[in-house]
Write a protein that binds this ligand. Structure first.
Ligand SMILES: [Zn+2]
Length: 458
């Protein structure tokens, strides 16, 4: 069964890649002279490396002296910089752009009427931050159009895996109804999960209030279709139920309001090798970073990216941000999240990386490096975090055969950053070139030399 799904997947992926040909250079490209981190945690970086890609695929990886460069290749000198796999964010919201208050945001967007205006902004910002694949957990099905436009190469953005609306027993006041599928029995949970998959969901997201039987019903249907189930989890009881039901990916655990978990629960999660996506930075980092440097909220990039009325509304939502309801409990959340994050890391959990961007003040432009930095501060090494955000996240996607590492045969997804992230993970903030599906995108700071001839400006 697994093999059939893999085969179907590869065929589908090949189609989607084919449609992006228009964005690709018409000849091989060689990145030469940079430090290569290939995504494997225990591998040494390759210094003065050569990586060649052609027609959307990586064709050669090595050192300068043993990797011949084809005569017709465009050579891009990346001396002094670092090359690593495209980042995969295992928890995003492409319908959000960092606005401070959900209720007010949806009122401004007239429910979901104006979602189509904000989603491309978010997608472009993610790609510019080096995110070449992302799992969107909870945008209404307007996202299908965005996902397909990105696939077709019509607009810049990461390759999206999407859940559509989430399944819950608890209504969230203040958000439009298109966001939620409300259920009150396991049978209904199964039916609605099946409908979501038929409508185009790539994964299922289960939100709050579900019972173990609900989880089990959703997991059964999802697995019959080769689809993974991601659960939004905080409370120990919910986590135990999700373990028993076979939920595939645990989102948020180890963050927010919950005090640290007991050793038995940690052992169950780690010994079952269940991937954890903590999304800690929006709890432990974004708020203190904004208190320390509120100027970050007024980065001119947002003005450049957004139409004037959306920009004005987003900026206005930041006034007195300490009073926003999202941050009412931020003191407790920060203290507990720090402890819980460290717990999972020390227990040897199977760690993925996700940001929950763009929750309030957690912009797509920065969320990924904030999260990676927060994980390093919580006890991971830089190479552990880089491998988690690339290789492990590709495993979580179920697409490791195609994505997540830089090696011959894989999809050409990679980023060039200024600096050495192994010495200082904050170097991840300085993404200069992004290659996605073999198409080359470059930031203003990298707009010189042959990259301009073959690439596209962000
Ligand atoms: Zn989320």
């Amino acid at each position: 069964m697994f093999r059939i799904f893999t085969l179907v997947f590869i065929v589908l992926l090949s189609c989607s890649i084919h449609s992006q040909e228009i964005l690709r250079p018409d000849r091989p490209v060689a990145f030469v002279g940079g430090m290569l981190i290939d995504g494997y945690e225990a591998a040494e970086p390759i210094h003065h490396s050569v990586v060649i890609f052609d027609d959307g695929r990586i064709v050669a990886v090595g050192e300068r002296h043993n990797t011949p460069i084809p005569g017709n290749a465009t050579v891009i000198d990346i001396s002094g910089k670092t090359l690593l796999p495209g980042l995969i964010d295992a928890h995003v919201h492409v319908d959000l752009i960092g606005h401070g208050d959900y209720t007010r945001y949806y009122k401004f967007l007239q429910g979901t009427k104006r979602l189509h205006e904000v989603m491309p902004i978010a997608a472009k910002q993610m790609l510019r931050a080096g995110v070449t694949s992302a799992i969107d957990l909870g945008t209404p099905f307007q996202i299908l159009d965005l996902r397909d436009k990105i696939r077709a190469g019509e607009i810049p953005g990461p390759r999206l895996t999407i859940s559509g609306p989430w399944i819950t027993r608890i209504r969230w006041p203040g958000i439009p109804p298109e966001y939620e599928i409300f259920i009150d029995s396991p049978e209904e949970a199964a039916t609605r999960a099946r409908e979501l998959i038929e409508q185009g969901a790539d994964v299922i997201k289960v939100w709050a209030g579900l019972t173990e039987e609900d989880y089990r019903a959703v997991v059964d249907v999802a697995h019959q279709h080769g689809v993974k189930v991601h659960a939004h989890l905080y409370h120990p009881e919910a986590i135990r139920a999700a373990i028993a039901a076979g939920v595939d990916v645990f989102q948020h655990v180890g963050s927010a309001r919950n005090p640290p978990y007991d050793d038995d629960l940690l052992a169950q999660i780690t010994h079952n090798n269940i991937p954890i996506v903590q999304t800690i930075s929006h709890r432990i980092w974004v708020y203190p970073a904004t208190v320390a440097f509120p100027e970050r909220l007024y980065n001119p990039i947002h003005k450049k990216d957004m139409p004037p009325d959306i920009y004005a509304e987003v900026i206005d939502s930041f006034n007195n941000f300490h009073r926003l309801s999202y941050f009412y409990d931020i003191g407790t959340e920060t203290r507990n999240s720090k402890v819980a994050a460290r717990q999972f890391i020390e227990a040897g959990a199977y760690m993925g990386v996700g940001t929950d961007a763009a929750s309030p003040l957690n912009f797509h432009t920065e969320a990924m490096w904030y999260e990676m930095s927060a994980l390093v501060e919580s006890g991971m090494t830089p190479i552990q975090v880089i491998s988690a955000a690339t290789k492990t996240n590709a495993e979580i996607l179920g697409q490791f055969e195609q994505l997540g590492t830089i090696e011959p045969g894989k999809v050409a997804d990679m980023i060039v950053i200024d600096g050495n992230p192994l010495a200082n993970i904050d170097a991840m903030a300085h993404v200069e070139i992004v290659v996605k599906d073999g198409g080359v995108w470059y930031a203003e700071s990298a707009a010189s030399g042959p990259v301009i001839e073959i690439g596209h400006a962000f």
